[in-house]
Design a protein around this ligand. Structure first.
Ligand SMILES: [Zn+2]
Length: 119
């Protein structure tokens, strides 16, 4: 899941790069009289790429931390039983995960990020 987000981010980064490249090419076809602008575009493209790389690495690190703190709240349909456990793969809201001691169904009532209380 978190690899997919990085991939999405990389696609976004490539889109930005293509946008800048098209700006460079348009400035080239627009006339060679203004070489300063071409260098400015090239410089901006470099800054964009560096910033993106920094953002990507901090984003990936934060995603990893958040994943550790995701909690799942389990409730019973009949009694007041409530339990909080760590999120596990395949958890989703309203998923029935088993039977309660009272005979009711145990289901996932909420999934939340506990990152704020951790700090
Ligand atoms: Zn119960």
């Amino acid at each position: 899941m978190h690899e997919r987000n990085i991939l999405l981010d990389m696609v976004l980064g490539l889109a930005i790069m293509f946008l800048i490249l098209s700006l460079i090419s348009s400035s080239l076809t627009g006339g060679l009289q203004n070489k300063g602008i071409q260098w400015l575009f090239l410089f901006l493209a470099l800054i964009f790429l560096i910033l993106h790389a920094i953002l990507l690495s901090t984003y990936a690190r934060r995603r990893g931390e958040e994943k550790m703190a995701i909690k799942t709240i389990i409730k019973c349909t009949k009694c007041n039983y409530t339990c909080i456990r760590d999120f596990s793969e395949g958890d989703y809201v309203l998923k029935v995960i088993g039977k309660c001691k009272c005979g009711g169904n145990l289901f996932i009532s909420a999934i939340f990020n506990d990152v704020e209380s951790k700090e």
